[in-house]
Design a protein around this ligand. Sequence first.
Ligand SMILES: [Zn+2]
Length: 389
Amino acid sequence: MTFDPREATAHYIDGLGAANLQKAHDYTVGGHWLLLWGLVVSAVIALVIVRSQILDRVERRIPERRKGLRAFVVTAVYVVASALIGLPWSLYAGYFREKIYGRTSQPLADYLGQQALALVLSTILGALFLTGVYWLIRRTGRRWWLWSGALTAGVVAVLMLLSPILIEPLFNKYQPIPAGPVHDAVAEMAGRAGIPENKIFLFDGSRQSNNFTANAGGVGNTARVAISDVAMNKASLDEVRAVTGHEIGHYVLKHTWYGTLLVSVLAMLLFWLADRLYPRFAKAFGSDAPIAAPRSVPILLFMVSLFSLGAMPITSSFSRTIETRADAYSLRTENRPDALSSALVKTAEYRYPRPSEIEELIFYDHPSVERRVMTAMEWKAAHPQPPAP
Ligand SMILES: [Zn+2]
């Protein structure tokens, strides 16, 4: 009997069972609606802040000549105020909904503690960044969007560089993979790819999420691969190899650099659009703030989130392309199509494996699990199986 990739793929996906597929469907599709509703929520928050004139009052209290301080304080107040007003929504979307679907086991207190820490970080970093943007609006005039895009590129690159050493350890514990067969397998793979062994970590992803996941992050010196303990505990040795092969692919192919480049170009485009359309949006929100005044920040950031959502087909397609390449890297270097497929099926719990073409195009930052398994099965049909490890 000849091997039929289509049949093998169907076998993998159907193996999840109808009830699990339905649950994954509801979770994933609901998540897409959440993005749209989130936009409505952020419009309401921006409106409340503009109409309350809280930022106008803060701005007036700081002397005109201290423009940098003014921008920093006004934008910091905005970040904190919008987080507080949006708290019921973010609790629902980020915590209770995840709990309902069994995607997290994190106690509420720990979640809130981490959110508070995240808010402190985003207030400081966000206000610093926005202070830079308002400085550029004042100094570079009509080309501010170009310079702000460049500023975004610099900030994203620095964050990528520093995040694995300064930010991520605040939220999770990263440690070397403990001695044993998994350690030896991963060390051997890393060695083959020319990656120092101490660049591959195990982290306690189970603290926040029950998702089977791993990632490649950082740039330059801090580039590293991290595997969640959830994945490590649920995966066979072959699956760990297949998944690590995928992440090593991201590392070797320098995908985080491409991501940084895309974000920067997109930032320029979004800032340009925001520059053109600002007067109309300000009017709609009932604000008299000129774009150069920091109290324009709720409107400016709402526009950026609106346009970002509009750009989702572009960002998702870009992301799917690099994910496809990382899968191909794993297949090429590890040649474990079945282990890759069975590992991918474990991610289908939180990414419905059979979306429509249009849903996949807009919302999916990874190709659907069905498509990825199909690719693996086609690879299997075309390549002999590896010898047992
Ligand atoms: Zn990936």
